[in-house]
Design a binder for this molecule. Structure first.
Ligand SMILES: Cc1ncc(C[n+]2csc(CCOP(=O)(O)OP(=O)(O)O)c2C)c(N)n1
Ligand SMILES: [Mg+2]
Length: 337
């Protein structure tokens, strides 16, 4: 029996995405996946205390982050945004320094949870682990860009569970009222840890809520990297034309547990996870580029090897790096001279 492999259509590069860049994005996906797998291994070995990864979310994260002009646009991520960081150019070594909480972790000197990026040169802004707090911050940043007369767009990532927080409503309302240049990307993976979407909201689409804030709400297939790229690009163009914010809802799924401390067997069936795993963005995007004649199996084999080498190098580098100085634990917490 021939089993038809899931494919995405239509088969063509979206406007604004050059072939070489589309290939580069696949490398980012391969590297993200290799980092993701290593992070789980390090946790299970007792070396990384706690991790969260976005396996399954990569097409959403990479397709949208590919639109960002690094160092020009402002980026607010959340704890699941590994692929956003990789796409913007955060190195595997820096990621591993944060995962293993080393002194030279450039984001926080080992004092934050992993993947709480902070890279001033990339305008990748540090934020709290408290769900949704980045949303009003993003609206405020977009206002600042407007007041300064800058062409920057702010992009802000969060999950569908975050949309139950007051911060979501306040941030979107403010952005809508002031027509701010901001793009809100909701990575709707159907669960907020164990809480399914229908226990979180009485609507099927988070995007419907955009109407209440006077902005377009767009639903996109979050497993389709090209579709996410095209939708994000449109939202950025709208923001840059001065027409205001957009709420983009990417329908996606995390094919791993919420975090290294979660057992997802308690709240979702293995069949459901398997069905979504069949729409793994890595497989789908790989196949898309193969069908377009942009990558060969030999390219893929070489990239997998390269990504593995990058991850091995980053792991060895971080493992050999010194731990933080305990005297630094309270730095930036209390006022000091
Ligand atoms: C205000 C607040 N409440 C609860 C938590 C604990 N918490 C961390 S992640 C999370 C789930 C968020 O789900 P969602 O926004 O859908 O994002 P996902 O993890 O599914 O990508 C919760 C409840 C928190 N960090 N902050
Ligand atoms: Mg969720």
């Amino acid at each position: 029996m021939v089993v038809e492999q899931p494919r995405l259509g239509p088969l063509m590069l979206p406007e604004g995405l050059a072939a070489e860049r589309a290939r580069e994005l696949l490398y980012h996906l391969v590297l993200t996946r290799a980092l993701d797998e290593r992070m789980w291994q390090l946790n299970r070995q007792g070396k990384a205390s706690f991790i969260l990864t976005g396996r399954g979310h990569e097409a959403t994260q990479i397709g949208s982050a590919a639109v960002v002009r690094p160092g020009v646009d402002w980026v607010y991520t959340y704890y699941r945004s590994l692929a956003v960081g990789v796409t913007l150019g955060v190195s595997a070594r820096d990621i591993m320094l944060s995962v293993l909480a080393r002194r030279d972790d450039p984001f926080a000197g080992g004092r934050q949870l992993p993947l709480h990026f902070s890279v001033p040169a990339l305008r990748l802004v540090s934020r709290s682990s408290v769900v949704a707090t980045q949303i009003p911050h993003a609206a405020g940043t977009a206002l600042a860009s407007r007041l300064r007369g800058e062409d920057a767009v702010t992009i802000c990532y969060f999950g569908e569970g975050a949309t139950s927080e007051g911060d979501f409503h306040e941030g979107l309302n403010f952005a809508g009222v002031h027509r701010l240049p901001v793009v809100f990307v909701c990575e709707n993976n159907r669960y907020a840890i164990s809480v399914p979407q229908h226990r979180q909201m009485a609507v099927d689409d988070v995007a419907d809520r955009a109407a209440g804030y006077g902005m377009p709400g767009v639903v996109v297939d979050g497993q389709d990297l090209f579709a996410v790229f095209a939708a994000t690009r449109q939202a950025f163009e709208r923001a840059r034309r001065g027409e205001g914010p957009t709420l983009l809802e990417a329908k996606t799924y995390r094919i791993v547990p919420h975090s290294s401390d979660d057992d997802d067997r308690t709240y979702r069936s293995r069949e459901e996870v398997a069905a979504w795993s069949a729409r793994d963005p890595l497989v789908l995007y790989q196949r898309t580029l193969e069908d377009l004649g942009l990558v060969t199996p030999a390219d893929l084999a070489a990239w997998r090897e390269q990504a593995q080498a990058d991850v091995d190098d980053a792991t060895a580098f971080a493992e050999a790096a010194p731990p933080p100085d305990p005297r630094d634990a309270l730095r930036h917490i209390f006022a000091s001279e």
